[in-house]
Design a protein. Structure first.
Length: 231
């Protein structure tokens, strides 16, 4: 499906159902920004332009088979839902990977580093030839022994945290596989529904006579007059 096909479908949905609130135009809600008088005028002007374009296009946009339209919108909602479920499952598995990484850090960095420091301090203590050198080596040894104790305590906690999140690993892996399968199925249905809509409006889509109105209509409908005025 090329960009022009998307614009044509978007224009049909914009005119017939009020807008393309679908996965093509999905975006998080933006915070409300108070408009200055100049911005309010821009919003009003763009809203009037959008209303005018919709009115003009409503007489030219072909009637859409309700079954095709409903199938496309339902498929898009299914894609959106499957994407959210995929992301959620991946996030949970990511927590397990993060917890495993923390255990590795405690073992291979913290504790290993402390043991290395202890070995160096003990070697320095053996080589010490006076009280000053022995005191310095003992202080260094005590520091690394304390660091080792802290690392071991941190490892116990990290291992417990890993065990807690890993208990549900199989469940999250199953959920991810199911979400990916649902996403593949929904995407295929979305493509099929879009093609059916394109076929039902083939003469309209084949002509480029209304492109100069279709493009700004779709842009205004999805960017919204308010959003453009804020920008």
């Amino acid at each position: 499906m090329n960009h022009r096909h998307i614009i044509c479908i978007a224009s049909i949905l914009t005119v017939t159902v009020g807008g393309l609130t679908t996965t093509w135009a999905a975006k998080p809600p933006a915070p409300v920004v108070a408009l200055a008088p100049g911005g309010q005028k821009i919003e009003a002007s763009l809203a009037a332009q959008l209303a005018s374009l919709k009115t003009e296009l409503s007489t030219s946009v072909p009637a859409v088979d309700e079954a095709n339209k409903s199938a496309l919108l339902a498929a898009k909602e299914a894609v959106k839902k499957a994407k959210a479920e995929t992301a959620a499952a991946q996030q949970q598995l990511g927590k397990i990977a993060g917890a495993a990484g923390l255990v590795g850090h405690r073992k291979n960095k913290w504790i290993a580093g402390a043991n290395k420091g202890i070995a160096a301090a003990e070697a320095a203590l053996k080589k010490a030839t006076n009280d000053t050198e022995r005191d310095a080596a003992n202080k260094d040894l005590a520091k690394w022994q304390d660091n080792l104790k802290q690392g071991q305590e941190a490892l116990v906690k990290a291992e417990a945290d890993l065990a807690a999140v890993k208990a549900d690993e199989a469940k999250h892996a199953k959920a991810l596989a199911a979400a990916k399968a649902a996403l593949a199925d929904a995407t295929a249905k979305e493509s099929s529904a879009a093609k059916a809509l394109l076929n039902s409006a083939a003469p309209f889509i084949a002509s480029d006579k209304l492109d100069a109105k279709l493009i700004p209509c779709v842009l205004l409908a999805n960017a919204t007059p308010r959003g453009l005025a804020e920008f």
